[in-house]
Design a protein around this ligand. Sequence first.
Ligand code: SAH
Ligand code: SF4
Length: 369
Amino acid sequence: MRSLIDLSRDDLVGLLAEWGYPAYRARQIHGWIFGQYVEASEQMTNLPEPLRRQLAEWGSVWPLEIADSRLSRSGDTLKVLFRLADGATIEAVLMLYDRRRTLCISSQAGCAMGCTFCATGLDGLTRNLTAGEIVGQVLALSRQLAQRRDLATDRARANGSRVTNVVFMGMGEPLHNYGPVRDAIGVLTSPEAYGLGARNLTVSTIGVVPAMRRLALEGLQLRLAVSLHAPHDHLRIQLVPPGKRWPIRDIMAAADEYVERTGRRVTYEYVMLDGVNDTLELGRQLGRVLRGRHCHVNLIPFNPIPGQPYRPTPDGRIRAFAKQVEASGVPVSVRVRRGVEMDAGCGQLSTRFKLESASVMLQADGEAP
Ligand code: SAH
Ligand code: SF4
């Protein structure tokens, strides 16, 4: 199905011209889509009635709909399940902080990379998302942010209702779906569309080396996060199978190139798996590998997945590991657990939505539907 958000401003002007409407109508329509987050052309009340009808007949505004959503008890983490036109489902998570409203979005339905600790990886790839399906997640959650009264609203709305940060840390490997992800970033950062600063957008990758190089050449100030999870290839390949194709040395070279071209510090993500990749010796090795690089390490508490052997590293040992890395002069942060009670942490979207009905989960959580 066609969607209006798949059209650039120029495409939209062209379509309207075919129908005999002036170019300023495109600006109005984009105002509704990117400023008011309307989901149906019928709601664009300053357009002539025949144009609204014509737009509705032409296609949808967004190519997805919210099939389900869950809000954490504290009201500051909202997880959403989207249904796409062909029935495929993806997830996104909105996290509200004092000054930021960070949205974690998906780039693919499923993922082909097969990381052994990741719920998305276990299911394989269903398909790539289109640019509209990526942007649609941001618009739909912006609408939730603007309209829902049950979000932690004082903090959320204190400085506006827009999403301030977008991270590609939901389902999928963004650099395995390069074109649509690049196009979506174009729309999200265009002042005429969503208008987000590229600096507030993070692409997280397991290290698809050729695509990292390509991204470095785009001339964008995006944040790059590289999911490393091990300081040497032998261990890494067990956790991230594509590590066979893209060894750590090549990933580091591409990341260094990214730093050189963009001036931006790279984040290395490292999920803490009890007894697997969390020994102090591995912490020392990680420090040695990253020493002297313009980077920082983000340690991620593991979110357990049903049926998988991995266990989370206890907090005290995460801190000890961090100290080992820091001893090499590499800054380390530990990701705050968010929405863990409902498996909604960013980057750890679980398969629960598929396993249980949402109403059962809401009751189990003691939350009102
Ligand atoms: N495919 C990209 C982006 C999506 S995953 C990537 O892998 O970087 C985003 C982050 O969530 C990655 O760092 C990934 O390692 C992490 N992640 C995946 N499963 C997780 C889990 N069960 N617990 C904690 N972090 C997890
Ligand atoms: Fe894909 Fe990222 Fe999960 Fe690996 S961690 S399977 S790359 S989504």
